[in-house]
Each structure stands twice: as structure tokens, then as C-alpha cells.
Ligand binder design. Sequence first.
Ligand SMILES: Cc1cc2nc3c(=O)[nH]c(=O)nc-3n(C[C@H](O)[C@H](O)[C@H](O)COP(=O)(O)OP(=O)(O)OC[C@H]3O[C@@H](n4cnc5c(N)ncnc54)[C@H](O)[C@@H]3O)c2cc1C
Length: 328
Amino acid sequence: MFDFQVETTKHSTIFQSNTLFDVLIIGGGPAGLNAALYAKRKGILVGVITKEIGGQLHNTSEVDNYLGIMNVHGKDISDQFLKHVNALDIDILKDVSVTSLEKRDDDFYLSLSNGQVLTSKTVIMTSGGAPRQLSIPGETQFQNKGVSYCTTCDAPFFKDKHVIVAGGGNSAAEAVLDLVPWASKITVIHRSKWRADQVLLDKHQTISNLTVHLETQILEVLGQTNMTGVKVLDKTTNEIRIIEADGLFIEIGTVPNVSILREKVMQNESGEIIIDAHNMTSCPGLFAAGDVTNIPYKQIIIAAAEGAKAALSANQYINKNYKEKTHV
Ligand SMILES: Cc1cc2nc3c(=O)[nH]c(=O)nc-3n(C[C@H](O)[C@H](O)[C@H](O)COP(=O)(O)OP(=O)(O)OC[C@H]3O[C@@H](n4cnc5c(N)ncnc54)[C@H](O)[C@@H]3O)c2cc1C
């Protein structure tokens, strides 16, 4: 039985000192926390800098596909990960962003949102992703006035309301399940066919107030003070019509958080950081893992495993390249 107590990060002074870290990890999601665990167990000096702990796990209501941990809330897995990391006494700087990253000579310099600059021999980028937008008229205007990207956070605001879910992947399929206890009516709109796992779609079969419009594209979010509906194009008939609704949950995946690395490493056409089999980016000593990379299938277990690989590779890189250097 797991003890899902809320964990806090330890207060560390190492970040105030003039330390040359072996590895600094950017991000405290599954990839970053597991990278930290593996780095610490190799005996190298590791620090984690993160805006918050858990990353996208906080948007995840039910996780049932992480081997050995059945049917738990994303937040509970996050607490369990942090508990493990805390047990190893890993230094974490929380509520802070890395705003830029430079490599000079052999070392990396990370500028932080609190004004500090940290130095490290290697860096592991695990900054994950942020919700992808539809980029249609009305989307920004009605954000928090009907438009949302997180059912876990906002579903209760739509009690007894009609809500639309945009998307056809696992995130959209899960969003529908999150909305069932709250919404009076749920409509899925997706521009092509379902791509979600069958196990999720099977659960939809019992939802009586669910309507699905496939091959249908949302063109605009409509409203005045709050959103009142969406304008859609039925791609099979070419008909444009309006669907009235109180809310729109946009669940079409994520875009990688790569702004601090732009043009410093090779990225693919989706902006994901390209890594090799050892999680190395095109910049020697700079590694990446999890949803921010070009590795397919954005999942917790994959992000965590990739974090482990990145830490082991960083350790190997340090052993090869920094034999003579010592900590200052
Ligand atoms: C609604 C939803 C449901 C999901 N359901 C499941 C599921 O059931 N099963 C499953 O396996 N996966 C699920 N996923 C996917 C899973 O959550 C992700 O694959 C996983 O969280 C990726 O981990 P990560 O560590 O790569 O990135 P993230 O979880 O995105 O973590 C990134 C971390 O980096 C930090 N960060 C970003 N930029 C900076 C910066 N500049 N400076 C400092 N810190 C920074 C963030 O604060 C965060 O802590 C779901 C995702 C969503 C959105």
C-alpha cells in the first residue's frame, strides 16, 4: 500500500554557494525527478531547478498505466516521486524558472528568474510541454470565460452545463471521463478520427449524455462576456453551423517548453529537441528527456525512463570529459 502524503521539497543552501554542479536538471516532472534520482545514486553533485513539482501530473486526474501503481490521481504519483527523491536528500530549487542557458568553455551557465546564475558541467533539460492551442478567433478572448485546457483543474466550474471537448487523442478521451460527474451534456468535436486508446473509448460507451462529432473542425469560439458556443465546419458535408455550449476544453496535446534553448540545439519541425540514443542533444554536455524531446509517446513511464537514461549518460560524459576538474 502506498502512503500518499503530501511531500515538500527540502530547503537547501547549496544553490546560494558558488558551486560547480556535475548536473543541473531543468524541470521537476517525471523525467526531471527520475533523472535526479539516478544522478544522485551515481554519487555526482546534482541540483533540480523547477517552476513546480509534478509537471503535467497535476493535470492528470486518473493514471492507470504506470506499472505497479494502479488507478491513482496524478498528484498522488507526483507526491510519491517527490517522497522518493527527498529520501535521497536531493537539492531542489522550486518556484524558480531557468530563463537562459549559455555554454562557455566547458561549463554551462544557467540564469534563473530569481537573479541567480548557477554553473554546471552538464545539464538535463526536462521542461516538458504546455497545452497546444487551436489558434482560432475567440480562443484567447474567452480563456477562463469558458475556454480551458485542464479538466482536472476546471471541470467543477461546469456543473450542469454543456461542455465541448476539442480533440481526438487520449487527453480528449480522458477529459470526457473527467467531465462526466459534472457536465449535463458533453460534446466531442474532432477534425479527424479518434486516436485514443480503445480502453478509454470503451469507457465512453456507458456515457448517455455524450455526443461525438468527428471530421468536424472548430472555426471560432463565440460569445459576449462569456463564451456561448462554437462555430464549426462539418468536413463531410461542408456545412458551417453553430453549436451552443457553456465551456470548451481544448485537449489537443502539448507543445514543448523550449524557449530557453531556441536555436542552441537541433529541434524537429514540432519544436521538440532532437536527442540521440544517449539523450544527448546537438550540444555536447546538454542532455534532454521526456515530453520536451522528439521521443514518441508522451507518457509518464516513458518520461521517467528517459530521465534515468539522461542521468546515466550525463554521468558517463562527466567521467570521460572532466577527470581532472574538481568542485570549487
Ligand atoms: C490531461 C493529461 C492527462 C495525461 N494522462 C496520462 C496518463 O494517464 N498516463 C501517462 O502515462 N501519461 C499521461 N499524460 C502525459 C504525462 O503527464 C507526460 O508525458 C509527463 O508528465 C511528461 O513528463 P516530463 O517530465 O517530460 O514533463 P512535464 O510533466 O511537463 O514536467 C515539466 C517540468 O518542467 C518545469 N519547467 C518547464 N520550464 C521550466 C523552466 N524554464 N525552468 C524551470 N522549470 C521548468 C515544469 O514546471 C515541470 O515541473 C497526461 C498528460 C495530460 C496533459
